[in-house]
Ligand binder design. Structure first.
Ligand code: AMP
Length: 216
């Protein structure tokens, strides 16, 4: 038996932050397709270079590649939080097929958490995002006091993600509204969706999630 929680929302809606909270509290394994892809980019392989160009442009990486990554990372006796997958209807249908084809393994989507954030807030949050060049701790200038642009944990320089520039942000938001937001109705129809007001503090959002996901 393997339980899945899907976490999705616009870029900057706080998926990574809430995924970590769920991992800590429920012991689910965090699979972030964005993080997996960024690790591949760091390897500087040919595939990594190809992926980097796509990420920087703000577009989605090819569905087949992402689907292979998911299959590779799912071990049927563990529970997972999927952060950043599925990202469009094709990927959602793939996941349903994958679950069906592995029926005997009892893989099941238990809840789909939708972090709902107004567009103006999305842009503000992304522009405030910083990441430590060394330990990868994430910050937001809107929330953290990081006047000298150094990491509060290891004092290394903070950086802006390469896809957090205005052009890529515009494209990512466009992709989000055209493709990812279609998942809202898809999972609503399956009675799995929890619509979460993400325009709130980290603590309030996670309290809301834990109060409403029921018995996972
Ligand atoms: P994230 O860290 O989730 O914001 O993802 C960063 C970038 O990685 C996205 O803008 C896409 O280019 C790529 N990416 C992450 N997850 C997926 C996915 N499920 N399908 C396609 N591309 C993805």
């Amino acid at each position: 038996m393997s339980k899945l929680i899907i976490l999705f929302g616009a870029p900057g809606s706080g998926k990574g932050t809430q995924a970590k909270k769920i991992t800590e509290k429920l012991g689910f394994i965090h699979i972030s397709t964005g993080d997996i892809l960024r690790r591949e980019v760091q390897n500087k392989s040919n595939l990594g270079k190809e992926i980097e160009n796509i990420i920087i442009s703000g577009k989605l990486v090819n569905d087949d590649l992402i689907q292979k990554l998911i299959v590779k990372n799912i071990n049927f006796d563990k529970n997972y939080i999927l952060d950043g997958f599925p990202r469009n209807l094709k990927q959602a249908e793939f996941l349903d097929r994958f679950i069906f084809e592995n029926k005997e393994k009892e893989l099941e989507i238990r809840k789909v958490l939708y972090l709902n954030l107004p567009e103006a807030e999305i842009i503000k949050r992304i522009l405030g995002r910083r990441i430590c060049s060394n330990c990868k701790k994430e910050y937001n200038v809107l929330l953290h006091k990081i006047d000298n642009n150094n990491c509060l944990l290891c004092n290394s320089q903070l950086e802006i993600r390469k896809d957090d520039n205005e052009k890529a942000i515009k494209k990512r938001i466009d992709v989000y509204f055209k493709e990812t937001s279609l998942l809202i109705d898809y999972y609503k129809q399956k009675n799995l969706l929890l619509d979460i007001d993400a325009n709130d503090t980290i603590e309030n959002i996670s309290s809301y999630i834990f109060a409403n996901i029921g018995k996972i």
